[in-house]
Design a protein around this ligand. Sequence first.
Ligand code: MEV
Length: 311
Amino acid sequence: IGSGYGSAHAKFILLGEHAVVHARPAIGMPLPHLRVRAEARIAPGPLRLETEIHSGPLSAAPPRLDALGTAIRTALAHFGHPEDDITVGVRSGIPIGRGLGSSAAAAHAIIEAIRSLLEVELDDDERFEIVQAAERIAHGNPSGLDARATREPGPILFESGAVTRLDVRFGGAFVIADTGIRGSTKDAVDDVGAFVRVEPVRSAVLLDRLEALTRDAAVDLASDRRGELGERMTEAQRILTELGAGHEAIDRLVDAARRGGALGAKLTGGGQGGCIVALVRSADDAQPVVRALEEAGAVGSWVVTHGGQTA
Ligand code: MEV
């Protein structure tokens, strides 16, 4: 009897967020600087959860930990293990509600910690289903993109539930910046869904355009077309704003990134707050953009090169 450990990384979406909820493709990329770590251990008594905001029986945890509780309970049920005698500790370095996949990454870390504690097998599809059970609590109607992208070590094209690992030969770098404003992915997905229902013709045009931008972006990554990718990102930002995922704090950071020399910029993830992603020609060009973003109010920023490595 010992401990089991699990960890998972954050993600950002290069293109295709929201469209992916409406049967279009999206590109997910790892953000390896930010991780969630979980530990599971045998401890007599009721099932316990230890996090920064609650340390005690899972049954007494506050509602905002419901998704973590669902990950724990669904994993234990999957493994046929009773809901007691286990303590799960979770430490997250991923800001919550910023479109960075914090909930999916936490679910992955928890499931792996419990799996390794119990010394049982779990294949990728079973893992995905347990993460999705937790994501449905966190987000309502998750596409599954976050569940896949927080486990993949490199960029992926996610389409109709299937993952294609992208062939990337790209010299550009991405700057992710946090508005500091918490956006609810669930609310943003609901608002975009309402737009799609009320404006079926216009929304089909916009979603089709996002799909084309996403497919072209996959080619940009493979053939190192940086300027074109930047333009596609900026066009996607306009479309996402029209669909209802925008926010004035996002506009402020997108404008600042472009003034700082970025080739393009857009929101990433659910929007309505959260983070932006900007493209710079190379990691060497990132600093002026980071400075411009900080002056415009960004509370955090991370520079990522194509394959997900830290620049
Ligand atoms: C959230 O990271 C991305 C969205 O497309 C929602 C989803 O895919 O479930 C907004």
